[in-house]
Design a protein around this ligand. Structure first.
Ligand SMILES: Nc1nc2c(c(=O)[nH]1)N[C@H]1C(S)=C(S)[C@@H](COP(=O)(O)OP(=O)(O)OC[C@H]3O[C@@H](n4cnc5c(=O)[nH]c(N)nc54)[C@H](O)[C@@H]3O)O[C@H]1N2
Ligand SMILES: Nc1nc2c(c(=O)[nH]1)N[C@H]1C(S)=C(S)[C@@H](COP(=O)(O)OP(=O)(O)OC[C@H]3O[C@@H](n4cnc5c(=O)[nH]c(N)nc54)[C@H](O)[C@@H]3O)O[C@H]1N2
Ligand SMILES: [Mo]
Length: 790
């Protein structure tokens, strides 16, 4: 989240699109209702299904799954055409005035530089026009036809109200009401938030859907202000922490790209040169990276050996390490073993039948979990396997649950809090950290006397967390925070990190979270001088305890808050610095004489919010463009390019066609269950609340199919077939899409064959393809047929 949970109370309008927070993030409901009741805020829910969130909304807008870019694109167009945007904000704080390269073009669904054979873009024209001195050319009036602003206008001019409603199936009057209501938040003193989660991201255009939210919010001046922002509601408890700590396949900690085995990364110097921008805050990257290497290898990391850079694992330039990529490598027999810490791919991964088959290539699997899961038993008849044909050896280790161990946890709002152990783990269960610790100690012992160069990374790994079976978590936390090696004391924050090997830091964005004295556990003071719910002394928000990211933009170009009700930080001419209620997300001493005074987006090289994304930072285009989901019964009405042309399609032969599979399917969560279900289908009281797998279908489709609630039906496509109960509701209604009635059906994905209640796995039906940037699967918006079971 750019903002945080409590900040929702400051909003004037919440556009909830691609999320169902009243069920999946219920605490948000408390703050949204406070905004609604106390301040008259409006809530908008945009969802193919009428959810419990929709039931609390002022406006509910249905849409066809996977048409979110069209939906937001039409809002952008309307706001530009009718000049409802925040002109001062756009002109000063975004790249609207930048002039784009002469050769950049967009023609019939394709941006310039497309190579159909490679299914890739050449990004060289996705650039700005530069003068002889290499500076970006600009037109502050925004009138030049090649400014980002005019190109944005041109790009979205095709997204008219009529066209959008034909694509999305949203009724016209409702759509107009959504636009007008949300556009009001561009007024000074008002702010609107966008809340999204998996309904927005699990699509072949997922990253561009999120981009469209960012563009809309920048146009309305809603980024950096209380009650505003682009707010990703994260999923698993501490999934925010997991990505902060490099669990994404292309990162080390703190969102720094992990090195690739390629000439540009051949040594530390080359890596830092190619990865460090000259301007913007990321120009500090060498300090963070070298401090990370010191945390990895400590005294073994010296200037002479590139601080151990060569020991750090390198990614293969041609391999795909994302989730589906790994499973496809496994299917090809490239992996021998798998460690699963709290993951249940047979139920949670896409194309479950395919993944179950791939797992059979493993020699061994170690699964660490609270419960017996479907994945641990992928080799059984229950899973559809023939046990005698599977050679995999499966080791099952019991894990301690969250309340049986201590540690830090980060929420979607980037607040890091300490969690104490409440009870001892049952039986032999151990904390994941202790399991990894024991494994590391054992590996180091095994390799201690090895002379092979390839074993150096393990031999030289710094593992200073004690020698017992219990990992010294206090030392882990100190290492993450960072240590000044000349004094042996914790560094105050990442501004104190150095690139000469004199500091060590496990994760630069967390630097400062665990000070020398008075640790995180004591950050529990409930004062909130601003009244905005910032609570600066409660928990620690990365980076630098900033509660609202880009908060420089909460003040106008002269440094005054746009409105006194929403004042966060401001320029103090007497003290010559930025002061206020939040920690400035900005260099506090940059004053009006410095051109950077109007550059709030310090993580970008140019300091501006990007309406246009240059240089292929997003692989599928500088602007979002609507394409149909990979499987769709509808022709793309905006161009002749049917699908996002750069998505990764692993199994093209499995594309299900609309003739045989006419219904649009989405998968979703119910409040009563958690994820792949182990954690709720093993609890009697939860299991009882939703005891059976079902497919949710609207009344009209139910009549057409001749089924009633409780009847057994088959839901099938080219990847699989499942037998489930029909659940007929008023919540799913057919939509008129370009004059044709289209039905959508919904499947919860919480069921499997283990646990107290069992049911078919929805993911037997989901496709194997990845968004061009993140490789997230299209879990929402694929095709199925539904028929009565005989
Ligand atoms: N009770 C409970 N809470 C949870 C979880 C759980 O399993 N159970 N899981 C947690 C996790 S890990 C996560 S990631 C989050 C996910 O949180 P959400 O994203 O809220 O979860 P979903 O229910 O998958 O999807 C949200 C909504 O998106 C809608 N939707 C489907 N397709 C589209 C589309 O194309 N466009 C739009 N606009 N909407 C669409 C669905 O109908 C659904 O109502 O929830 C977390 N919270
Ligand atoms: N069709 C469809 N599929 C989806 C989604 C969707 O919307 N639709 N959503 C996707 C999303 S957003 C997510 S996050 C994934 C989730 O997919 P998974 O991560 O596979 O799902 P979970 O059920 O959350 O699995 C977590 C396991 O961790 C165990 N566990 C809990 N606490 C601990 C602990 O402290 N230590 C250890 N070692 N284990 C623990 C639980 O018992 C459980 O078995 O699924 C994805 N799959
Ligand atoms: Mo998630």
């Amino acid at each position: 989240m750019t903002n945080h949970w409590i900040d929702l109370k400051n909003t004037d309008c919440a556009l909830i699109i691609g999320a169902n927070p009243f069920e999946n993030h219920p605490v948000s409901a408390k703050w949204l209702m406070e905004a609604k009741v106390k301040r008259g805020a409006k809530i908008i829910s945009v969802d193919p299904r009428f959810t419990r969130t929709s039931s609390k909304a002022d406006i509910y807008a249905p849409l066809r799954a996977g048409t979110d870019i069209a939906f937001i694109g039409g809002m952008i167009n309307y706001i530009l055409e009718n000049e409802l945007y925040d002109h001062d904000y756009v002109a000063n704080y975004t790249n609207a005035s930048f002039i784009v390269h002469d050769d950049y073009k967009f023609t019939d669904g394709l941006f310039s530089g497309y190579d159909p054979k490679e299914r890739k873009y050449d990004f060289s024209t996705w650039e700005y026009k530069k003068n002889e001195k290499g500076e970006i050319e600009k037109d502050p009036t925004l009138k030049h036809p090649r400014t980002v602003f005019q190109l944005l206008k041109q790009h979205f001019s095709r997204y008219t109200i009529d066209k959008v409603c034909e694509i999305t199936g949203t009724p016209r009057e409702i759509y107009l009401e959504v636009i007008k209501t949300f556009a009001e938040t561009s007024q000074k003193g008002k702010s609107g938030t966008i809340m999204y989660a998996m309904g927005g991201t699990q699509h072949s255009c997922g990253s561009q859907i999120v981009r469209s939210y960012a563009i809309l919010q920048l146009l309305l001046g809603n980024v950096g202000v209380p009650g505003g922002g682009v707010n990703a509601l994260r999923g698993e408890s501490n999934v925010q922490g997991s990505t902060d700590f490099g669990l994404l396949s292309n990162n080390i900690t703190g969102y720094i790209n992990s090195p690739i085995a390629q000439p540009e990364h051949k040594d530390l110097k080359a890596y830092l040169e190619s990865e460090t921008p000259k301007t913007g805050f990321w120009s500090n990257k060498p300090k963070f990276f070298i401090s990370y290497l010191k945390a990895m290898y400590y005294d073994k990391a010296t200037k002479d050996n590139e601080f151990g850079y060569q020991w750090l694992p390198k990614r293969h330039p041609k391999k795909n390490y994302t989730y589906i990529g790994l499973f496809e490598n496994l299917a090809k027999g490239e992996l021998e073993g798998m460690l699963l810490f709290g993951q249940n791919p047979i139920v949670g991964g896409p194309n479950s039948n395919r993944e179950r088959e791939a797992l059979k290539n493993l020699k061994w699997m170690v699964a660490v979990d609270l419960f017996m899961t479907e994945t641990m038993r992928f080799w059984t008849e229950d899973a559809g396997s023939k046990p005698e044909e599977v050679q995999t050896e499966v080791f099952v280790l019991p894990a301690a649950a969250s309340f049986e161990k201590q540690g830090s946890i980060a929420s979607s709002g980037r607040w890091i809090q300490w969690r104490w152990k409440a009870v001892e783990p049952l039986g032999e269960a151990k904390a994941d950290l202790d399991i990894i610790h024991m494994l590391a100690l054992e590996l180091k012992k095994l390799y201690a006397s090895s002379q092979r160069p390839e074993d150096e990374p393990i031999k030289n790994l710094y593992w200073n967390y004690g020698n017992t079976n219990e990992c010294d978590i206090d030392r882990v936390a100190r290492e993450i925070n960072g240590i000044d090696l000349t004094t042996g004391k914790q560094v105050e924050n990442f501004l104190k990190l150095a690139d000469d090997g004199s500091t060590l830091c496990g994760n630069w964005i967390y630097s400062g979270f665990y000070p020398e004295t008075g640790n995180l556990a004591q950050r529990r003071e409930q004062d909130d001088p601003s009244g905005l719910g910032l609570y600066p002394k409660w928990a620690y928000a990365w980076p630098l305890n900033r509660r609202i990211l880009y908060n420089r933009a909460s003040a106008d170009p002269s440094g005054k808050p746009w409105h006194p009700d929403k004042a966060v930080i401001w320029w103090d001419e007497n003290q010559k610095k930025w002061v206020g209620y939040d920690v400035p997300d900005f260099k506090a001493t940059i004053g009006p004489d410095d051109p950077a005074f109007v550059n709030p987006f310090i993580m970008q090289t140019d300091g501006k919010g990007w309406l246009f994304v240059p240089q292929g930072k997003l692989k599928d285009g500088p602007f979002p463009e609507h394409y149909e989901p990979w499987e769709s019964p509808v022709q793309n009405l905006l161009s002749s390019v049917q699908n996002n042309p750069v998505i990764k399609i692993w199994r093209p032969e499995e594309q299900s066609d609309a003739q045989n599979y006419p219904y649009i399917a989405i998968t979703y969560r119910v409040s009563e269950h958690w994820q792949a279900g182990a954690m709720t289908r093993n609890l009697p009281w939860q299991a009882e609340l939703v005891p059976e797998m079902f497919v949710e279908i609207g009344e009209e489709l139910a009549r057409e199919l001749g089924v009633k609630s409780g009847d057994e039906v088959i839901v099938e496509n080219k990847r699989g077939s499942i037998k489930v109960k029909a659940y007929v509701t008023k919540r799913m209604k057919p939509l008129m899409v370009n004059g044709v009635k289209r039905h959508q059906v919904g499947l919860p994905w919480h069921f499997g064959f283990e646990g107290l209640v069992t049911g078919e796995i929805a993911n037997k039906l989901t496709p194997y393809l990845g968004d061009a940037n993140t490789m997230i699967p299209e879990y929402k918006g694929f095709l199925v047929n539904v028929r009565r079971a005989k």
